[in-house]
Design a protein around this ligand. Structure first.
Ligand code: GDP
Length: 605
C-alpha cells in the first residue's frame, strides 16, 4: 500500500508545513508566535513560560492578511493550505521538549535578538536543526530597539529599512555584520533576505519586531516561499499516517482527551487507534475529532468544531475511551484491520522503552513524576543541570506504589525521600501514606516552583539537622595561651589565646594533650576587644572563658597545666561524622588536615 500511496503523491497537493520557533530565552519567540497567531498566549501561560507544546493552524487567508505589505508575494498564488505552527517552549530547561518539537517540524524560525547576536541556546538550537536537517529562516528580532528606529509595520521591511536615518542604518549594518560572522563560526552562510539571490546556498534573515510588527509579514512570506520551493516534495501529501501525541489533557465535559499533530495521512471517526500508555499500549476507537476555530491555540478553552475525517496536516483533539492513561510525546498508529493490532502494540511499546531506557537512574535521589514523557524529560534535564540526582521516574498520577518506592530512601538519607510531581494529581491514599511514613510530595505545574520548594525543603532539613547536631559537632582547633594573658586561673578559666590552626568556636570542649589529655571544659564565651564572637581563626587572638566539666574538680592554670601547653578541641568519632554530614560547608581544607592530625592523636579509628 505504501508504494501505491507514494505514487499518488504530488506537489500539486501539498499539506501544511509544520513550523516551529526556536532560539535563546527572551529573544521574543512567544511574542512572534503570538503575532503569527493573533493570540495572547504569553500572558496566559503559567508563570509566563510556555511549558507544553501546542499547535495552531494558520490558514491561507490569515497568511494573506498578514503578509499583504510584502512586495512580489501576493501576486503568486499560495500553494500550501496553511501553516501549522508548533508552539515550542521558550525556556532553557526545556532542551528535550525543544528537540522533540524540532525533530517533528518541517521548517523552523530561528529567533535571534539583533542586539545580542547568537547566544548559548541559539547555538544549541542550531545544533538541533543541523542534526535533524531541518531548513530554517532567521528572524532578527527586536529591530525596534535600534536607537531612533522608525516603525512602519504597514510596509515591506526592506522599504522600512531604506527609510531609516543614516546612523540607524549604520548601527543596523554593524549588528548584522557581527551576526553574519557569528553564523559563519557555526559554519552557516546567512544573508539578509532581500540581498539573498541564491536561497539554495544562503540562509535568509528577516529583520523583525514582534513588538511593533515590522517585518512580521516578510517573515511569514519567507516561510511560505521556502516551503513551496525547497520543501515542496516533502510537503506533498501522503496517505501514510504520521501522527504524534502532544498532550494528554482532561477537559471538563469531555473527559481525558489527547492533542495530536497529524503530519501526514488522515484520521476518521471510528478509527481503531493504538498508542502508548502508562500501563502498556492502549487500543481504542476515535469517538470524536475536534479542531478549534482557526488561529486559536489548542490549549485555550474555546468551542471546537467536530469533524468526521481530517486530512493532514492539522493539530487535532481526539476524544476516545481510556485516554487517561495515554502517554504524550510518542506516535499514534491506526490499525486498519484487526490482524495489525498486535504488531502495532509492539511498535508503540518499543518506542517508549527506547525513550525511557535511555534515562539513567542513580541509586540515591529524588523520585520524579510527570504527566507526559516530554515534561518528564524536561524535568529530568533540569534536575541534571541542577545536580539533583534522581532514583526513580514515573508517568501519571502519584499512587500508593510510588510512595512505597520513595520511602525506601528513608533508610538511607531522608533528604531524598521526596516525590517531585509535575503537573500530575496525587491520589488521596498516596498522600495519606506519604504523610504517615514521612515521604514529602511536592506538586507544581511550573518546574521552577517545584525546584524552589524542593530546595527550601532541603535547606530546612539541613538547618534542622544542624541544630540537632550542633552539640555533637566539634570543630577542630589548636590554640596557644598568649604570654601574660591569664586573667583568671580557675573556675572558670579566663585566658587570652592565639588560634594556631583550625577554628575555635563557642561550645568547643578543650583538652591538653601533653598532660595526659586533661579535659579543661567548654568554651562558653569568646571576646575580641570586649565584643562577643563565635568563631576565631589563625592568627586571631581571643579572650576565652572555659567552664569546667560538671562533676569534676576544676582545673587550674599554673597547677594542672601551664601557659606553654598547647590546647586542642576534644574530638570524637561522632563529632567527626557530624562535621562530615552536616557542616561540610563550614569546614576548610586546613580544618580537615587538623582533624586528621587530631584523629591520630586521640587514636580515633
Ligand atoms: P521568549 O522567551 O523567546 O519566548 O521571549 P518572549 O516572547 O517572552 O519575549 C521576551 C521579552 O522581550 C518580552 O518582554 C517581550 O515583550 C519582549 N519582546 C519580544 N519581542 C520584542 C520586540 O520585537 N521588540 C521589543 N522591544 N521587545 C520584544
Amino acid at each position: 500500500r505504501k508504494e501505491e500511496n507514494n505514487n499518488k503523491r504530488s506537489v500539486d497537493n501539498l499539506r501544511s508545513p509544520i513550523v516551529c520557533v526556536l532560539g535563546h530565552v527572551d529573544t521574543g519567540k512567544t511574542k512572534i508566535l503570538d503575532k503569527i497567531r493573533h493570540s495572547h498566549v504569553q500572558d496566559g501561560e503559567a508563570g509566563g513560560i510556555t511549558q507544553q507544546i501546542g499547535a495552531t493552524n494558520v490558514p491561507v487567508y490569515a497568511i494573506k492578511e498578514q503578509s499583504k505589505m510584502v512586495k512580489n508575494f501576493q501576486g503568486n498564488e499560495i500553494k500550501i493550505p496553511g501553516l501549522l505552527v508548533i508552539d515550542t517552549p521558550g525556556h532553557e530547561s526545556f532542551g528535550n521538549l525543544r528537540s522533540r518539537g524540532s525533530s517533528n517540524c518541517d521548517i523552523a524560525i530561528l529567533v535571534v535578538d539583533i542586539m545580542h547576536g547568537l547566544e548559548p541556546q541559539t547555538i544549541e538550537s542550531i545544533g538541533l536543526l543541523k542534526k535533524n536537517k531541518t531548513p530554517f529562516v532567521v528572524a532578527l528580532n527586536k529591530v525596534d530597539r535600534l536607537y531612533e528606529w522608525k516603525s512602519h509595520p504597514e510596509n515591506d521591511i526592506a522599504t522600512t529599512l531604506r527609510k531609516q536615518k543614516q546612523y540607524v542604518l549604520e548601527e543596523f549594518r554593524e549588528k548584522v555584520n557581527g551576526i553574519i560572522v557569528q553564523f559563519a563560526e557555526q559554519s552557516l552562510n546567512v544573508k539578509l533576505f532581500h540581498e539573498n539571490d541564491d536561497p539554495e546556498t544562503w540562509i535568509s534573515m528577516v529583520p523583525t519586531s514582534a513588538h511593533s510588527g515590522d517585518g512580521m509579514g516578510n517573515l511569514i512570506a519567507l516561510v511560505v516561499k521556502t516551503c513551496e520551493t525547497k520543501l515542496a516534495r516533502k510537503l506533498a501529501f501522503s496517505e501514510n499516517l504520521q501522527c504524534t501525541v502532544l498532550e494528554v489533557k482532561a477537559i471538563q465535559g469531555l473527559g481525558t482527551t489527547i492533542d495530536v499533530v497529524l503530519t501526514n495521512g488522515r484520521l476518521k471517526y471510528g478509527d481503531t487507534i493504538v498508542l502508548p500508555g502508562t500501563e502498556g499500549p492502549i487500543v481504542t476507537h476515535i469517538k470524536g475529532l475536534l479542531m478549534p476555530q482557526p488561529l486559536r491555540e489548542l490549549r485555550v478553552k474555546n468551542p471546537y468544531d467536530k469533524f468526521n475525517e481530517i486530512q493532514a496536516a492539522y493539530g487535532i483533539k481526539i476524544l476516545a475511551k481510556d485516554m487517561d492513561k495515554a502517554l504524550a510525546g510518542t506516535s499514534l498508529l491506526v490499525a486498519y484491520n484487526d490482524d495489525e493490532i498486535e504488531i502495532l502494540k509492539e511498535e508503540v511499546q518499543a518506542e517508549v522503552s527506547e525513550a525511557l531506557g535511555s534515562i539513567k537512574l542513580k541509586e540515591r535521589g529524588v523520585f520524579v513524576q510527570a504527566s507526559t514523557l516530554g515534561s518528564l524529560e524536561a524535568l529530568l534535564e533540569f534536575l541534571k543541570q541542577s545536580k539533583i540526582p534522581y532514583a526513580g521516574i514515573s508517568i501519571g498520577p502519584v499512587c500508593k506504589k510510588d510512595v512505597v518506592k520513595a520511602s525506601v530512601m528513608l533508610e538511607h538519607d531522608t533528604q531524598w525521600a521526596v516525590i517531585l510531581a509535575f503537573d500530575v494529581k496525587v491520589e488521596r491514599e498516596a498522600q495519606e501514606i506519604a504523610d504517615s511514613v514521612g515521604v514529602k510530595i511536592f506538586t507544581a505545574d511550573i518546574i521552577y516552583h517545584l525546584f524552589d520548594a524542593f530546595m527550601k525543603h532541603r535547606e530546612d532539613l539541613k538547618k534542622q539537622k544542624q541544630d540537632e547536631y550542633r552539640q555533637i559537632a566539634v570543630f577542630p582547633c589548636k590554640v596557644q595561651i598568649v604570654p601574660n594573658c591569664v586573667f583568671k586561673s580557675r573556675d572558670p578559666i579566663i585566658v587570652g589565646v592565639k588560634v594556631e590552626t583550625g577554628q575555635l568556636r563557642l561550645g568547643t570542649p578543650l583538652c591538653v594533650p601533653n598532660r595526659e589529655f586533661l579535659k579543661l571544659g567548654i568554651v562558653t564565651s569568646m571576646q575580641v576587644n570586649h565584643k562577643d564572637i563565635e568563631v576565631a581563626r589563625n592568627p586571631q587572638e581571643v579572650c576565652i572563658k572555659i567552664e569546667g566539666v560538671p562533676g569534676e574538680a576544676p582545673k587550674m592554670v599554673g597547677r594542672h597545666f601551664d601557659e606553654t601547653d598547647v590546647l586542642v578541641s576534644k574530638i570524637t568519632r561522632d563529632s567527626i561524622d557530624a562535621l562530615k554530614t552536616w557542616f561540610r560547608e563550614e569546614m576548610q581544607k586546613n580544618d580537615w588536615q587538623l582533624t586528621i592530625e587530631l584523629k591520630k592523636l586521640f587514636e580515633i579509628i
